[in-house]
Design a binder for this molecule. Structure first.
Ligand code: GDP
Length: 300
């Protein structure tokens, strides 16, 4: 088995490649739930839904949010009625979110996602990192902000000084999935708000230490490829570079895949962790994604 730790943009890109070369039955995907919350009357687990849509070929892979070709009739009508949505939810996407909200009345999040994955014909084991609700607050020069307000209303512009997150317990099967894998892949996701929440779950670091762990750096040069990762790393005094990523994961990481542009950092990172692999990590085409996946799978 292979286990992938995922957020909602970088790692799903890699999953598009991995699913071309690894049988879905041999894949666990542990997904961040830190930012899950209720909006517009429905439960929104953006990273989980992105992984569900990625694995069922429905993802809008220009935005890495929502369903390809979706319509927005309900979203537009709500605005017309004077209740504009903070998150722009498409009609098909909303159906998935309504179903999850209904399932949650009688099931845990993990059970609800399992039911949805089955209906979508997905064979990979998609595991929310936790069944519990989390809190995340971004402390900024504009005050303490809710994560989605920071992201959407404020467009990630305020200076970030701290990130406060609540501690939750792992969902059943999360630690076991790692323990039973020959390899764990930490995709190029936001280290602070997507990967650290998974790693901080009780039992996960110990399980990672016993497994071969490969991570792909989401930082190239001194910036993230997209999103606020670099801002968040800076706020926590972590160097914004692949060196910073290596230092964050050093207790359990066996191999860090860095981009060709960062080849000059290879030696410095080899002082922190055992192995460094240098390649193209920018995933634009399906071939980019397959090549990177193949390289990772063939590391062991
Ligand atoms: P979020 O939930 O939307 O923040 O998504 P993630 O947690 O998956 O984080 C996105 C991270 O993926 C960002 O830090 C980007 O720098 C990184 N990323 C996105 N696309 C790529 C890519 O093609 N290559 C690499 N190396 N990193 C990427």
């Amino acid at each position: 088995m292979i286990t992938v730790l995922s957020g909602g943009t970088g790692t799903p890109k890699l999953l598009q490649g991995i699913k071309e070369i690894v049988n879905q039955d041999e894949l666990n995907i542990i997904v961040n739930t830190l930012e899950n919350d209720y909006f517009s009357g429905v439960y929104i687990s953006a990273d989980i839904d992105t992984v569900l849509y990625t694995m069922s070929d429905m993802i809008n892979d220009e935005l890495w949010y929502g369903v390809k070709g979706d319509t927005f009739v309900t979203n537009e009508k709500l605005a017309e009625l004077g209740t504009p949505e903070l998150l722009r939810i498409g009609d098909i996407d909303r159906a998935t979110k309504i179903q999850k909200t209904l399932l949650l009345q009688n099931n845990t999040l993990a059970e609800s996602v399992k039911i949805q994955a089955e209906h979508m014909g997905i064979h990979a084991n998609i595991l929310p990192m936790s069944n519990e609700d989390s809190e995340i607050t971004i402390v900024t020069d504009k005050g303490k902000l809710e994560f989605h307000d920071f992201l959407i209303k404020y467009q990630c512009r305020p200076e970030v000084t701290d990130i406060i997150t609540s501690k939750v317990n792992p969902a059943p099967g999360v630690v076991e999935a790692i323990e039973n894998s020959s390899m764990v892949i930490i995709g190029p996701s936001n280290p602070i708000t997507s990967i650290l929440p998974i790693i901080s779950l009780n039992g996960v670091i110990d399980a990672l230490k016993e497994t071969y762990v490969v991570a792909v750096s989401p930082i190239i040069g001194n910036d993230s490829v997209s999103g606020p990762a670099s801002k968040f790393m800076k706020a926590l005094n972590i160097p914004v570079s692949s060196v910073g990523v290596a230092s964050l994961y050093k207790d359990f990481l066996d191999n860090l895949v860095i981009d060709n542009k960062d080849e000059n950092l290879k030696e410095e990172i080899e002082n922190i962790i055992e192995n460094v692999t240098v390649t193209n990590t920018i995933m634009k085409t399906l071939d980019d994604k397959k090549n990177l996946s193949e390289l990772i799978i063939n590391i062991i």
